[in-house]
Design a protein around this ligand. Structure first.
Ligand code: HEC
Length: 132
């Protein structure tokens, strides 16, 4: 009569897994969607690895990084002296209206106003920080 008990124990152990797996799968889907939006809206100016030439600064590890401080990148004075950290909120504001947030930046205006698209791009940017 041990078999049913073992089966029940196994079920109890497995029960939390699908929820965790779902959350992980949802995050993966967001990252993939973000990668696609990044490819269409950002990649032509931003490389994400240091081996590639890039018109804009590299964005790996940008979430939580001090603005205007990627080593050796020739920032505009506006961004070099911005004095804030790239929090999620700052990055949303930047995607929505970078030239409004920081007049004098040399990044051309991108107007990503849809919060869901911002979410996807943020998920992708965060995944770059943990990839290495
Ligand atoms: C037309 C080229 C271009 C496009 C498109 C572009 N960027 Fe930029 N980006 C730049 C340049 C140039 C800078 C440096 C601006 C400065 O020094 O004022 C910059 C700066 C940034 C910074 C500040 C980085 C730091 O080290 O402080 C972030 C964050 C950023 N871009 C995110 C994005 C995202 C996200 C997208 C897509 C939604 C995007 N950019 C699209 C050219 C571009």
């Amino acid at each position: 009569m041990t078999t049913p008990r073992i089966a029940l124990t196994a079920l109890a152990l497995l029960a939390p897994l699908p929820a965790a797996a779902d959350a992980n799968r949802d995050e993966q889907i967001k990252i993939q969607a973000g990668e696609a939006f990044f490819a269409s809206d950002c990649r032509r100016c931003h490389a994400t690895d240091a081996d590639r030439a890039s018109y804009g600064p590299l964005l790996d590890g940008v979430v939580g990084r001090m603005a205007g401080k990627y080593p050796d990148y020739p920032y505009s004075d506006a961004l070099a002296n911005a004095g804030f950290v790239w929090s999620e909120g700052a990055l949303r504001a930047w995607m929505e209206d970078n030239t409004g947030l920081l007049p004098g930046t040399k990044m051309r205006h991108v107007g990503i106003t849809d919060p869901v698209v911002q979410d996807f791009i943020l998920a992708y940017l965060k995944s770059l920080a943990t990839a290495k």
